[in-house]
Design a protein around this ligand. Structure first.
Ligand SMILES: C[S@@+](CC[C@H](N)C(=O)[O-])C[C@H]1O[C@@H](n2cnc3c(N)ncnc32)[C@H](O)[C@@H]1O
Length: 274
């Protein structure tokens, strides 16, 4: 019976591996009715819904996150963003004894929650998770609670969501903001149509760089919020890196470098406050 179900679900979703995950997920909620539940999930997948939303959870670095249509599905390049930010923090260790970390545009909470979980054995972390979307913030709250992470959840647009008392006191400022150029709406992979548009698309920057508006806002004001030697790490599109480095230099950030994704493309900047 198990082989027959695997064959049936594989036929629906076009992949034996995905079929196995779907069946495992359906069985996780009890053997009774599992085949019927697997068929319903497989039909959603066959209709084009991303596997991550169909399963309802997805791994990110060391944690398993609840995912859903309120927030972007966390990507492997963002795991890399966390990797380089943690590695820079371990080299420089701003915030002796307490790391104050802000994740701007937190979505599922992937970045901030990972930082808190991974640094928990080395230091205390005071975590701020910011998003303009109340639904995304609800998801981040659920994920943080399930993973035993304490955080402040701040709803609003970028730095406006933060209390002024944080100015000049942030040791680790990390963000994966929207950076797909607005002009590409409609021309992208249909799977992206399931993810919230406000998590993906951004206007052009004031300097004319396509899709750079949000990255520009985050880098541009970062120096006001960073503590001395505080670290900034921002993911962006490959074509936005030159503009980001120029802006970082203009506003006085130091130790600027670019980091690469797993495919070897430049995908973000790391910098520090003087
Ligand atoms: C690319 S998604 C990143 C989600 C998550 N950090 C990750 O890496 O998987 C960008 C997030 O920024 C949020 N966002 C977009 N514009 C914003 C703004 N002006 N202020 C705060 N958050 C914003 C979106 O709701 C979305 O959750």
């Amino acid at each position: 019976v198990a082989d027959e179900l695997l064959a049936e679900i594989s036929g629906l979703v076009g992949s034996k591996q995905e079929a196995a995950w779907i069946i495992e997920h359906a069985r996780g909620r009890g053997l009774e009715g599992a085949a019927a539940r697997a068929r319903i999930l497989a039909e959603r997948r066959a209709a084009g819904e991303p596997l991550q939303y169909v399963l309802g959870s997805w791994p990110f670095r060391t944690i398993e996150l609840e995912v859903g249509p309120a927030a972007l599905i966390p990507r492997p390049e963002t795991e890399q963003l966390v990797e380089v930010a943690l590695s820079r923090w371990r080299d420089q260790r701003p915030g002796q004894g307490l790391v104050r970390c802000v994740d701007l545009g937190t979505g599922t909470g992937a970045i901030g929650i990972s930082v808190a979980v991974e640094l928990s054995e080395e230091t205390a972390v005071e975590l701020y998770l910011v998003d303009r979307s109340a639904q995304a913030l609800d998801l981040a709250r659920k994920n943080a609670e399930r993973l035993g992470v304490t955080a402040c959840f701040e709803e609003g647009s970028w730095y406006q969501a933060l209390d002024d008392s944080l100015e000049g006191r942030v040791h680790l400022l990390i963000s994966n903001p929207p950076y797909v150029p607005d002009e590409q709406r409609g021309a992208l992979d249909p799977v992206l149509g399931y993810e919230p548009a406000e998590a993906l698309f951004a206007p052009q920057g004031r300097d004319g760089t396509a899709g750079f508006g949000d990255v520009e806002a985050i880098i541009g004001e970062s120096i006001r919020w960073l503590a001395p030697c505080g670290i900034l790490a921002v993911e962006m599109g490959e074509d936005q890196l030159d503009a980001a480095v120029r802006l970082g230099e203009q506003i006085g950030l130091v130790d600027l470098s670019c980091f690469l994704d797993l495919a070897g493309r430049r995908r973000g900047i790391l910098a520090a406050a003087p």
